[in-house]
Ligand binder design. Structure first.
Ligand code: PEP
Ligand code: CO
Length: 451
Protein backbone atom coordinates (compact mmCIF):
# COMPACT_ATOMS: atom_id res chain seq x y z
CA UNK A 1 0.00 0.00 0.00
CA UNK A 2 1.51 3.41 -0.90
CA UNK A 3 2.38 5.55 2.08
CA UNK A 4 0.69 8.94 1.91
CA UNK A 5 1.25 9.78 5.56
CA UNK A 6 3.40 12.66 4.41
CA UNK A 7 1.07 15.57 3.84
CA UNK A 8 1.02 16.80 0.25
CA UNK A 9 3.09 20.00 0.42
CA UNK A 10 2.38 20.96 -3.18
CA UNK A 11 -1.29 21.43 -2.35
CA UNK A 12 -2.90 24.85 -2.67
CA UNK A 13 -6.57 25.85 -3.11
CA UNK A 14 -6.19 25.86 -6.92
CA UNK A 15 -4.04 22.73 -7.31
CA UNK A 16 -7.14 20.72 -8.28
CA UNK A 17 -7.12 22.64 -11.57
CA UNK A 18 -4.18 20.51 -12.72
CA UNK A 19 -6.37 17.39 -12.55
CA UNK A 20 -9.43 16.19 -14.44
CA UNK A 21 -12.58 17.45 -12.72
CA UNK A 22 -15.76 15.46 -13.29
CA UNK A 23 -19.27 16.93 -13.26
CA UNK A 24 -18.24 20.57 -13.75
CA UNK A 25 -20.30 23.17 -15.58
CA UNK A 26 -19.04 24.33 -18.94
CA UNK A 27 -19.35 28.13 -19.00
CA UNK A 28 -19.59 29.80 -22.39
CA UNK A 29 -18.02 33.02 -21.07
CA UNK A 30 -14.82 32.28 -19.06
CA UNK A 31 -14.10 35.96 -18.49
CA UNK A 32 -17.45 36.46 -16.76
CA UNK A 33 -16.73 33.39 -14.61
CA UNK A 34 -13.35 34.86 -13.64
CA UNK A 35 -14.94 38.16 -12.61
CA UNK A 36 -17.58 36.45 -10.50
CA UNK A 37 -15.02 34.24 -8.76
CA UNK A 38 -12.92 37.26 -8.06
CA UNK A 39 -15.90 38.93 -6.41
CA UNK A 40 -16.77 35.78 -4.44
CA UNK A 41 -13.23 35.50 -3.08
CA UNK A 42 -13.61 38.91 -1.49
CA UNK A 43 -16.94 38.25 0.24
CA UNK A 44 -17.07 37.30 3.92
CA UNK A 45 -17.09 33.63 4.92
CA UNK A 46 -20.37 31.87 5.73
CA UNK A 47 -19.04 29.83 8.65
CA UNK A 48 -16.07 30.13 11.00
CA UNK A 49 -13.05 27.97 11.76
CA UNK A 50 -14.16 27.76 15.42
CA UNK A 51 -17.42 26.15 14.39
CA UNK A 52 -15.63 23.79 12.03
CA UNK A 53 -13.18 22.70 14.73
CA UNK A 54 -16.04 22.23 17.23
CA UNK A 55 -17.86 20.02 14.72
CA UNK A 56 -14.72 18.00 14.04
CA UNK A 57 -14.32 17.34 17.77
CA UNK A 58 -17.95 16.18 17.99
CA UNK A 59 -17.55 13.96 14.95
CA UNK A 60 -14.53 12.48 16.70
CA UNK A 61 -16.85 11.58 19.57
CA UNK A 62 -19.28 9.98 17.09
CA UNK A 63 -16.41 7.92 15.70
CA UNK A 64 -15.81 6.58 19.21
CA UNK A 65 -19.53 5.80 19.67
CA UNK A 66 -20.07 8.61 22.17
CA UNK A 67 -22.26 10.74 19.90
CA UNK A 68 -24.44 10.21 16.83
CA UNK A 69 -24.61 12.22 13.61
CA UNK A 70 -27.97 13.11 12.08
CA UNK A 71 -27.39 14.58 8.63
CA UNK A 72 -30.36 15.42 6.43
CA UNK A 73 -32.09 17.76 4.06
CA UNK A 74 -32.99 18.20 0.42
CA UNK A 75 -31.35 16.32 -2.39
CA UNK A 76 -31.05 19.72 -4.08
CA UNK A 77 -32.04 22.99 -2.48
CA UNK A 78 -33.35 25.53 -4.93
CA UNK A 79 -33.29 29.31 -4.83
CA UNK A 80 -37.09 29.60 -4.79
CA UNK A 81 -37.41 27.55 -1.61
CA UNK A 82 -35.28 30.00 0.36
CA UNK A 83 -38.32 31.00 2.42
CA UNK A 84 -39.24 31.12 6.08
CA UNK A 85 -41.67 28.16 6.34
CA UNK A 86 -39.55 25.78 4.27
CA UNK A 87 -36.37 26.49 6.22
CA UNK A 88 -38.15 26.45 9.59
CA UNK A 89 -39.91 23.16 8.79
CA UNK A 90 -36.65 21.51 7.82
CA UNK A 91 -35.12 22.69 11.06
CA UNK A 92 -38.14 21.45 13.02
CA UNK A 93 -38.12 17.94 11.57
CA UNK A 94 -34.37 17.61 12.20
CA UNK A 95 -34.80 18.85 15.78
CA UNK A 96 -37.67 16.43 16.36
CA UNK A 97 -35.72 13.52 14.93
CA UNK A 98 -32.76 14.47 17.09
CA UNK A 99 -34.93 14.38 20.22
CA UNK A 100 -36.08 10.88 19.37
CA UNK A 101 -32.48 9.77 18.79
CA UNK A 102 -31.15 11.38 21.99
CA UNK A 103 -33.89 9.70 23.98
CA UNK A 104 -33.54 6.28 22.38
CA UNK A 105 -29.79 6.04 21.81
CA UNK A 106 -28.77 7.82 24.97
CA UNK A 107 -26.12 9.70 23.04
CA UNK A 108 -25.50 13.30 22.15
CA UNK A 109 -26.81 13.99 18.65
CA UNK A 110 -24.90 16.17 16.17
CA UNK A 111 -27.34 17.91 13.83
CA UNK A 112 -26.11 18.69 10.34
CA UNK A 113 -28.39 19.93 7.55
CA UNK A 114 -27.93 19.35 3.84
CA UNK A 115 -28.67 23.04 3.76
CA UNK A 116 -27.41 26.56 3.01
CA UNK A 117 -25.40 25.54 -0.05
CA UNK A 118 -26.74 22.24 -1.42
CA UNK A 119 -27.19 23.82 -4.85
CA UNK A 120 -24.90 21.84 -7.22
CA UNK A 121 -25.81 18.38 -8.55
CA UNK A 122 -23.93 15.63 -10.36
CA UNK A 123 -25.89 14.18 -13.29
CA UNK A 124 -25.68 10.81 -15.01
CA UNK A 125 -25.73 12.43 -18.49
CA UNK A 126 -24.44 15.77 -19.81
CA UNK A 127 -27.50 16.16 -22.01
CA UNK A 128 -31.20 15.71 -21.39
CA UNK A 129 -33.40 14.80 -24.35
CA UNK A 130 -37.14 15.42 -24.55
CA UNK A 131 -39.21 14.94 -27.71
CA UNK A 132 -36.10 14.83 -29.86
CA UNK A 133 -34.62 18.04 -28.38
CA UNK A 134 -31.35 17.79 -26.42
CA UNK A 135 -30.23 20.44 -23.93
CA UNK A 136 -27.53 20.56 -21.25
CA UNK A 137 -28.71 18.74 -18.09
CA UNK A 138 -29.87 20.76 -15.10
CA UNK A 139 -26.91 20.79 -12.69
CA UNK A 140 -28.50 22.55 -9.76
CA UNK A 141 -29.47 26.20 -9.21
CA UNK A 142 -25.82 27.11 -8.64
CA UNK A 143 -25.18 26.35 -12.32
CA UNK A 144 -28.30 26.65 -14.50
CA UNK A 145 -32.10 26.66 -14.38
CA UNK A 146 -34.37 23.58 -14.27
CA UNK A 147 -36.81 24.73 -17.01
CA UNK A 148 -36.39 22.76 -20.23
CA UNK A 149 -35.46 25.60 -22.57
CA UNK A 150 -32.14 26.54 -24.11
CA UNK A 151 -31.84 29.85 -22.26
CA UNK A 152 -32.36 28.35 -18.77
CA UNK A 153 -29.90 25.55 -19.31
CA UNK A 154 -26.92 27.76 -20.20
CA UNK A 155 -24.55 27.77 -17.20
CA UNK A 156 -24.51 31.32 -15.79
CA UNK A 157 -21.68 32.36 -13.42
CA UNK A 158 -23.90 35.00 -11.75
CA UNK A 159 -25.74 32.05 -10.19
CA UNK A 160 -22.64 31.48 -8.03
CA UNK A 161 -23.21 34.86 -6.40
CA UNK A 162 -26.91 34.21 -6.03
CA UNK A 163 -26.15 30.82 -4.46
CA UNK A 164 -23.74 32.41 -2.01
CA UNK A 165 -26.45 34.99 -1.18
CA UNK A 166 -29.17 32.34 -0.67
CA UNK A 167 -26.81 30.29 1.50
CA UNK A 168 -26.08 33.39 3.61
CA UNK A 169 -29.80 34.21 4.00
CA UNK A 170 -30.62 30.62 4.94
CA UNK A 171 -27.80 30.46 7.44
CA UNK A 172 -28.74 33.81 8.92
CA UNK A 173 -32.27 32.58 9.62
CA UNK A 174 -31.04 29.27 11.02
CA UNK A 175 -28.59 31.04 13.32
CA UNK A 176 -31.32 33.39 14.56
CA UNK A 177 -33.73 30.53 15.25
CA UNK A 178 -31.25 28.22 16.93
CA UNK A 179 -29.93 30.95 19.19
CA UNK A 180 -33.22 31.96 20.76
CA UNK A 181 -36.42 30.67 22.37
CA UNK A 182 -37.36 28.65 19.29
CA UNK A 183 -34.61 26.12 20.00
CA UNK A 184 -35.09 26.03 23.77
CA UNK A 185 -35.14 22.40 24.88
CA UNK A 186 -37.53 23.44 27.66
CA UNK A 187 -40.09 24.21 24.95
CA UNK A 188 -40.02 21.44 22.37
CA UNK A 189 -43.59 22.36 21.46
CA UNK A 190 -42.03 25.14 19.33
CA UNK A 191 -40.73 22.41 17.04
CA UNK A 192 -44.07 20.81 16.41
CA UNK A 193 -44.99 20.71 12.78
CA UNK A 194 -48.67 21.52 12.48
CA UNK A 195 -49.45 18.23 10.83
CA UNK A 196 -47.59 16.06 13.36
CA UNK A 197 -50.61 15.86 15.62
CA UNK A 198 -52.47 13.95 12.90
CA UNK A 199 -49.55 11.68 12.16
CA UNK A 200 -49.58 7.96 13.01
CA UNK A 201 -46.39 8.64 15.03
CA UNK A 202 -47.86 11.47 17.09
CA UNK A 203 -48.41 9.47 20.27
CA UNK A 204 -45.01 7.83 20.30
CA UNK A 205 -43.31 11.16 19.66
CA UNK A 206 -45.28 12.96 22.39
CA UNK A 207 -44.28 10.22 24.82
CA UNK A 208 -40.60 10.81 24.02
CA UNK A 209 -41.00 14.55 24.53
CA UNK A 210 -42.86 14.14 27.82
CA UNK A 211 -40.21 11.74 29.08
CA UNK A 212 -37.34 14.05 28.13
CA UNK A 213 -39.05 17.08 29.69
CA UNK A 214 -39.50 15.13 32.91
CA UNK A 215 -35.81 14.16 33.02
CA UNK A 216 -34.84 17.75 32.34
CA UNK A 217 -37.01 19.07 35.19
CA UNK A 218 -35.59 16.40 37.48
CA UNK A 219 -32.00 17.35 36.66
CA UNK A 220 -32.69 21.04 37.10
CA UNK A 221 -34.44 20.45 40.40
CA UNK A 222 -31.40 18.51 41.61
CA UNK A 223 -29.02 21.21 40.44
CA UNK A 224 -31.29 23.97 41.76
CA UNK A 225 -30.80 25.97 38.55
CA UNK A 226 -32.06 26.08 35.02
CA UNK A 227 -29.55 24.82 32.49
CA UNK A 228 -28.99 27.81 30.23
CA UNK A 229 -26.99 25.65 27.80
CA UNK A 230 -30.30 24.13 26.78
CA UNK A 231 -31.81 27.38 25.57
CA UNK A 232 -30.07 27.00 22.23
CA UNK A 233 -29.04 24.15 19.98
CA UNK A 234 -26.05 23.67 17.75
CA UNK A 235 -26.82 23.16 14.13
CA UNK A 236 -24.25 22.69 11.37
CA UNK A 237 -24.39 22.88 7.58
CA UNK A 238 -23.15 20.58 4.84
CA UNK A 239 -23.33 20.24 1.08
CA UNK A 240 -21.80 18.21 -1.72
CA UNK A 241 -18.69 20.20 -2.56
CA UNK A 242 -19.07 19.54 -6.25
CA UNK A 243 -18.47 22.92 -7.86
CA UNK A 244 -14.76 23.32 -7.28
CA UNK A 245 -14.49 26.93 -8.49
CA UNK A 246 -17.12 27.94 -5.93
CA UNK A 247 -15.46 25.94 -3.15
CA UNK A 248 -12.04 27.37 -3.99
CA UNK A 249 -13.35 30.95 -3.88
CA UNK A 250 -14.47 30.39 -0.28
CA UNK A 251 -11.31 28.60 0.83
CA UNK A 252 -9.32 30.84 3.13
CA UNK A 253 -6.59 31.01 5.70
CA UNK A 254 -7.64 32.33 9.11
CA UNK A 255 -5.53 34.11 11.73
CA UNK A 256 -3.78 31.97 14.34
CA UNK A 257 -4.59 28.64 12.74
CA UNK A 258 -2.72 26.32 10.41
CA UNK A 259 -3.95 25.38 6.98
CA UNK A 260 -6.85 26.33 4.76
CA UNK A 261 -10.52 26.18 5.68
CA UNK A 262 -13.45 25.88 3.31
CA UNK A 263 -15.64 28.56 4.86
CA UNK A 264 -18.70 27.96 2.64
CA UNK A 265 -19.94 25.16 4.90
CA UNK A 266 -18.94 23.19 7.98
CA UNK A 267 -18.92 19.77 6.37
CA UNK A 268 -18.45 19.39 2.62
CA UNK A 269 -18.67 15.93 1.09
CA UNK A 270 -17.41 14.31 -2.11
CA UNK A 271 -20.13 12.63 -4.17
CA UNK A 272 -20.01 9.02 -5.31
CA UNK A 273 -19.45 10.06 -8.93
CA UNK A 274 -16.46 12.32 -8.24
CA UNK A 275 -14.43 10.25 -5.79
CA UNK A 276 -11.79 9.00 -8.26
CA UNK A 277 -8.36 8.81 -6.72
CA UNK A 278 -6.70 10.70 -9.58
CA UNK A 279 -9.46 13.30 -9.85
CA UNK A 280 -9.63 16.98 -9.03
CA UNK A 281 -12.07 16.53 -6.13
CA UNK A 282 -9.72 14.24 -4.25
CA UNK A 283 -6.91 16.72 -4.80
CA UNK A 284 -8.93 19.66 -3.45
CA UNK A 285 -10.39 17.79 -0.45
CA UNK A 286 -7.04 16.30 0.55
CA UNK A 287 -5.82 19.78 1.46
CA UNK A 288 -8.55 21.51 3.47
CA UNK A 289 -8.85 21.43 7.24
CA UNK A 290 -12.64 20.83 7.50
CA UNK A 291 -14.03 17.40 8.24
CA UNK A 292 -14.84 15.84 4.87
CA UNK A 293 -17.35 13.18 3.88
CA UNK A 294 -17.05 10.83 0.95
CA UNK A 295 -19.85 8.72 -0.47
CA UNK A 296 -18.72 5.10 -0.81
CA UNK A 297 -20.49 2.12 -2.31
CA UNK A 298 -20.56 -0.76 -4.77
CA UNK A 299 -17.81 -0.81 -7.37
CA UNK A 300 -15.11 0.72 -5.17
CA UNK A 301 -12.18 -1.66 -4.75
CA UNK A 302 -10.32 -2.20 -1.47
CA UNK A 303 -7.32 -0.28 -2.83
CA UNK A 304 -9.54 2.64 -3.75
CA UNK A 305 -11.12 2.79 -0.30
CA UNK A 306 -7.73 2.55 1.37
CA UNK A 307 -6.33 5.30 -0.78
CA UNK A 308 -9.28 7.52 0.19
CA UNK A 309 -8.56 6.91 3.88
CA UNK A 310 -4.94 7.88 3.49
CA UNK A 311 -5.37 10.84 1.17
CA UNK A 312 -8.28 12.45 3.02
CA UNK A 313 -6.98 12.02 6.55
CA UNK A 314 -3.19 11.93 6.36
CA UNK A 315 -2.76 13.12 9.95
CA UNK A 316 -5.23 10.57 11.29
CA UNK A 317 -7.33 13.16 13.08
CA UNK A 318 -10.47 11.82 14.80
CA UNK A 319 -13.67 13.11 13.18
CA UNK A 320 -11.85 14.25 10.05
CA UNK A 321 -13.15 11.68 7.55
CA UNK A 322 -16.68 10.36 7.13
CA UNK A 323 -17.35 7.30 4.99
CA UNK A 324 -20.98 7.68 4.00
CA UNK A 325 -21.99 4.28 2.64
CA UNK A 326 -24.80 4.00 0.14
CA UNK A 327 -25.02 0.42 -1.00
CA UNK A 328 -28.72 -0.30 -1.62
CA UNK A 329 -30.80 -2.69 0.45
CA UNK A 330 -30.04 -5.57 -1.88
CA UNK A 331 -26.27 -5.16 -1.87
CA UNK A 332 -25.43 -3.87 1.59
CA UNK A 333 -24.80 -7.37 2.95
CA UNK A 334 -22.31 -8.13 0.23
CA UNK A 335 -20.59 -4.73 0.01
CA UNK A 336 -20.45 -3.22 3.51
CA UNK A 337 -18.55 -5.99 5.34
CA UNK A 338 -15.85 -5.88 2.67
CA UNK A 339 -15.58 -2.09 2.99
CA UNK A 340 -15.32 -2.25 6.78
CA UNK A 341 -12.63 -4.87 6.44
CA UNK A 342 -10.68 -2.85 3.85
CA UNK A 343 -10.64 0.19 6.14
CA UNK A 344 -9.69 -1.93 9.12
CA UNK A 345 -6.63 -3.20 7.27
CA UNK A 346 -5.29 0.38 6.99
CA UNK A 347 -5.11 0.48 10.77
CA UNK A 348 -6.89 3.84 10.60
CA UNK A 349 -10.32 5.06 11.61
CA UNK A 350 -13.19 6.65 9.74
CA UNK A 351 -16.59 7.79 10.95
CA UNK A 352 -19.09 5.40 9.37
CA UNK A 353 -22.38 6.95 8.31
CA UNK A 354 -25.25 5.16 6.55
CA UNK A 355 -27.00 6.85 3.61
CA UNK A 356 -29.85 4.44 2.90
CA UNK A 357 -31.32 6.68 0.18
CA UNK A 358 -29.01 6.68 -2.84
CA UNK A 359 -28.75 2.93 -3.41
CA UNK A 360 -32.52 2.55 -3.39
CA UNK A 361 -33.77 4.84 -6.12
CA UNK A 362 -36.21 3.36 -8.65
CA UNK A 363 -38.87 4.44 -11.13
CA UNK A 364 -42.52 3.99 -10.17
CA UNK A 365 -45.11 2.51 -12.53
CA UNK A 366 -46.41 6.02 -13.01
CA UNK A 367 -42.93 7.18 -14.11
CA UNK A 368 -41.78 9.03 -10.96
CA UNK A 369 -38.27 8.66 -9.58
CA UNK A 370 -39.06 7.28 -6.14
CA UNK A 371 -37.80 5.26 -3.16
CA UNK A 372 -39.64 2.81 -0.96
CA UNK A 373 -39.67 3.52 2.76
CA UNK A 374 -39.36 -0.21 3.48
CA UNK A 375 -36.20 -0.56 1.39
CA UNK A 376 -34.60 2.51 2.96
CA UNK A 377 -35.37 1.15 6.41
CA UNK A 378 -34.19 -2.32 5.47
CA UNK A 379 -30.80 -1.05 4.30
CA UNK A 380 -30.42 0.89 7.53
CA UNK A 381 -31.38 -2.07 9.70
CA UNK A 382 -28.95 -4.34 7.89
CA UNK A 383 -26.19 -1.73 8.20
CA UNK A 384 -26.78 -1.44 11.96
CA UNK A 385 -26.52 -5.24 12.28
CA UNK A 386 -23.40 -5.51 10.11
CA UNK A 387 -21.54 -2.86 12.10
CA UNK A 388 -22.59 -4.53 15.35
CA UNK A 389 -21.49 -7.97 14.17
CA UNK A 390 -18.15 -6.70 12.92
CA UNK A 391 -17.45 -4.72 16.08
CA UNK A 392 -17.36 -1.49 14.15
CA UNK A 393 -19.30 1.68 14.99
CA UNK A 394 -22.11 3.16 12.93
CA UNK A 395 -21.77 6.77 14.02
CA UNK A 396 -24.51 8.43 12.02
CA UNK A 397 -27.19 8.51 9.35
CA UNK A 398 -27.66 10.59 6.21
CA UNK A 399 -31.13 11.21 4.74
CA UNK A 400 -32.83 13.15 2.01
CA UNK A 401 -35.85 14.61 3.74
CA UNK A 402 -38.04 17.65 4.09
CA UNK A 403 -40.24 19.08 6.83
CA UNK A 404 -43.12 19.39 4.39
CA UNK A 405 -45.98 17.19 3.33
CA UNK A 406 -44.54 15.99 0.03
CA UNK A 407 -45.29 12.68 -1.73
CA UNK A 408 -41.99 11.52 -3.21
CA UNK A 409 -41.12 8.25 -1.41
CA UNK A 410 -43.70 5.46 -1.15
CA UNK A 411 -44.59 3.46 1.97
CA UNK A 412 -44.38 4.30 5.65
CA UNK A 413 -47.16 4.16 8.21
CA UNK A 414 -49.58 6.01 5.96
CA UNK A 415 -48.98 3.52 3.16
CA UNK A 416 -48.40 6.03 0.37
CA UNK A 417 -48.48 4.10 -2.92
CA UNK A 418 -47.44 4.79 -6.51
CA UNK A 419 -50.74 6.39 -7.35
CA UNK A 420 -50.35 8.87 -4.47
CA UNK A 421 -47.01 10.24 -5.70
CA UNK A 422 -48.46 12.88 -8.00
CA UNK A 423 -50.28 14.81 -5.21
CA UNK A 424 -47.19 16.69 -4.01
CA UNK A 425 -44.17 15.51 -5.96
CA UNK A 426 -41.98 18.60 -5.71
CA UNK A 427 -38.33 17.55 -5.82
CA UNK A 428 -36.27 18.57 -8.82
CA UNK A 429 -33.80 15.74 -8.36
CA UNK A 430 -34.10 12.83 -5.85
CA UNK A 431 -37.19 11.85 -3.81
CA UNK A 432 -37.19 12.89 -0.14
CA UNK A 433 -38.82 11.43 2.95
CA UNK A 434 -41.68 13.68 4.05
CA UNK A 435 -42.00 14.86 7.69
CA UNK A 436 -44.00 11.79 8.78
CA UNK A 437 -41.73 9.29 7.08
CA UNK A 438 -38.69 11.08 8.53
CA UNK A 439 -40.03 10.95 12.08
CA UNK A 440 -41.02 7.32 11.60
CA UNK A 441 -37.48 6.58 10.42
CA UNK A 442 -35.99 8.12 13.58
CA UNK A 443 -38.30 6.01 15.75
CA UNK A 444 -37.31 2.90 13.77
CA UNK A 445 -33.57 3.58 14.20
CA UNK A 446 -34.05 3.74 17.92
CA UNK A 447 -36.01 0.47 17.92
CA UNK A 448 -33.14 -1.23 16.14
CA UNK A 449 -30.09 0.41 17.67
CA UNK A 450 -31.43 1.74 20.99
CA UNK A 451 -29.87 0.72 24.26
C1 PEP B 1 -26.63 13.04 -3.16
O1 PEP B 1 -26.27 12.92 -1.99
O2 PEP B 1 -27.59 13.78 -3.52
C2 PEP B 1 -25.97 12.21 -4.19
C3 PEP B 1 -25.95 12.56 -5.48
O3 PEP B 1 -25.43 11.10 -3.67
P1 PEP B 1 -24.33 10.10 -4.26
O4 PEP B 1 -23.13 10.93 -4.54
O5 PEP B 1 -24.15 9.14 -3.13
O6 PEP B 1 -24.92 9.45 -5.48
CO1 CO C 1 -29.70 12.87 -3.90
Amino acid sequence: MPDHAVVNDRWHPASWQEKAAGQQASYPDPEKLRQVLNQLSGLPPLVTSWEIEALKAQLGAAQRGEAFLLQGGDCAENFEDCSSPIIANKLKILLQMSLVLIHGLNRKVIRVGRIAGQYAKPRSADLETRNGISLPSYRGDLVNGPAFDAESRIPDPVRLLRGYGRAAMTLNFIRALTDCGFADLHHPENWNLEFVQHSPQALEYQRVVADLSKSLRFMETLAGTRNSELHRVQFYTSHEGLHLHYEQALTRRVPNRQGYYNLSTHLPWIGFRTAEVQGAHLEYYSGITNPVGVKVGPGMSDDWLQELVERLNPRQEPGKLLFIHRCGSERVNEVLPRMIDAVRRTGRQVLWVCDPMHGNTETSHSGYKTRRFEKILHELQQAIEIHQQMGSILGGVHFELTGDDVTECTGGARGLDDSGLERAYLTQVDPRLNYEQALEMALAIVRKAGT
